[in-house]
Design a protein around this ligand. Structure first.
Ligand code: DOR
Length: 449
């Protein structure tokens, strides 16, 4: 294992930004202090005043393995993630086959072993008929249980009210939900089809997959969680309307204990795009839930600032370019995001909308706390050395630099003011600012519960 001393860094951690050096030994951070002197055999990296952050932990990705690997796989998508400063990921169960029991879950861990550039956890999926697998899940084997309370990519809708109630009653881990009311969407889609026939276009997506559908389903999830005292995390909040459902205040107490039973996540695309972008990007930004209005976007940024939304993630959901070229009704929903999510979030810092400490809190600390991730998500002595070094030098996203297997990005042509100069996973450098280096270092995430 290599030994590294990072000097002249500007560390960002736990609400503070400060100058320090940082020592890595045997994969872990062993010392955080100014003016450390290099020891024999230690590789010295001069950060030259650049930010060094804990690597981001993405609690919502679709890496497409098994079964959908023409869109992406654990190796390709985790490579894109570390190039973007994301060092851990939690992957969704809407694969083929879907992850509906302990054996399917274990198969995913086995397949990721040795191939993942970042650290990995896999969710168990719920369905209308796998209640026993949900009830008997070993909570150390998955970050949580994913419940599609609205139909999306994959056939995983849970719409049997008794089953839904039992899942909320008995889940041994946090429940994470996709909330969009399918009957509401189906009714609106039928109206649009009656009116426009086959001439539906991507800019209609936020009206078809409407704010009412999001609100209705999120209300149901929150009411079930309140009824049963469930640990609920509502994913990808996309509207201002849903924010009233969530408690304002810190996620944890001074000792790091999670205070909220019901938490919320939003995603980077809801903070960087709005309705006006459909004209330019069309199906490329078609996703579920839909990107909505400029005022939703501003409300979501404010909700991160005010601790109404607890976690920032990506919902990285690659589809091929060819699939995205189909007419609106046939084009799949989802967009690749991991590679540029952190630099996109840092634009909010450059715009003066959020401090850098807030990005780190929502994208690294909070997912670790919320899912009981052991020894990651912070710059702390004794913790694993998962780090992202950020250089505030602008760059423009080019298609040829995209590492996701789908080979395109909704950010092509966008100039970001920060770039990822280096990423370390478990103490080893895996990204040098230009290319992947070394070998995959990802380990299975440990859930301390
Ligand atoms: O846009 C989406 N894409 N939303 C989802 O819920 C699923 C995801 C996918 O897997 O493509």
């Amino acid at each position: 294992m290599s030994r590294t001393l990072i000097v002249n860094a500007r560390l960002v951690n736990e609400g503070k930004e400060f100058e320090s050096d940082l020592r890595i030994e045997d994969g872990r951070i062993t010392r955080i202090a100014p003016q450390l002197s290099a020891q024999a055999g230690e590789q010295v990296v001069d950060a030259a005043g650049r930010w060094v952050l804990p690597g981001m932990i993405d609690d919502q990705v679709h890496f497409r393995e098994p079964g959908l690997t023409h869109k992406g796989d654990v190796a390709s998508e985790s490579a894109a993630a570390v190039a973007g400063g994301l060092t851990s990921f939690m992957d969704m169960p809407n694969t083929n086959p879907p992850t509906l029991d302990a054996a399917a879950l274990q198969a995913k861990y086995d397949a990721a072993n040795g191939r993942a550039w970042g650290n990995y956890g896999f969710y168990l999926g719920a369905s209308n008929d796998n209640l026993a697998a949900v009830q008997t899940l070993d909570p150390k084997t998955a970050p949580g249980i994913k419940v599609f309370m609205g139909a999306s990519t994959g056939n995983m809708l849970v719409d049997n009210p008794q089953t839904l109630d039992a899942i909320f009653r008995d889940a041994p881990t946090p429940i994470i939900t996709h909330c969009e009311d399918t009957p509401t969407i189906d009714a609106t889609l039928a109206e649009f089809k009656a009116k426009y026939g086959d001439a539906l276009t991507a800019d209609m997506h936020p009206d078809i997959r409407s704010r009412q559908a999001c609100l209705k389903s999120s209300e149901l999830a929150v009411s079930l969680a309140k009824k049963h005292g469930t640990r609920l995390h509502v994913l990808h909040i996309s509207t201002a309307d849903e924010l009233a459902l969530f408690e304002r205040g810190p996620l944890v107490d001074a000792g790091g204990k999670v205070l909220k039973r019901i938490t919320a996540e939003t995603c980077i695309h809801f903070l960087r795009f709005d309705r006006s972008d459909y004209a330019r990007l069309g199906n490329l930004i078609k996703c579920n839930p839909a990107i909505k209005d400029a005022n939703d976007r501003e409300a979501l940024i404010a909700a991160l600032a005010e601790d109404v939304i607890d976690v920032l993630a990506t919902d990285h959901a690659p589809h091929t370019w060819e699939e995205k070229q189909k007419p609106y009704a046939q084009a799949p929903s989802g967009l690749p995001l991991v590679q540029y999510a952190l630099v996109a979030a840092l634009e909010l810092v450059h715009e003066g909308k959020l401090p850098i400490t807030r990005i780190v809190q929502k994208f690294a600390h909070a997912p670790a706390q919320l899912f009981d991730v052991a020894q990651r998500g912070f710059l702390r002595e004794g913790y694993w050395a998962d780090l992202a070094m950020v250089d505030n030098t602008p760059f423009t996203v080019r298609r040829e630099d995209v590492l996701s297997k789908c080979g395109w990005s909704p950010f092509e042509g966008t100039t970001f003011r920060s770039r990822i100069a280096s990423t370390w996973v478990n103490g080893e450098q895996v990204w040098d600012g230009q290319r992947l280096v070394g070998a995959p270092q990802g380990q299975r995430l440990a859930f301390e519960r």
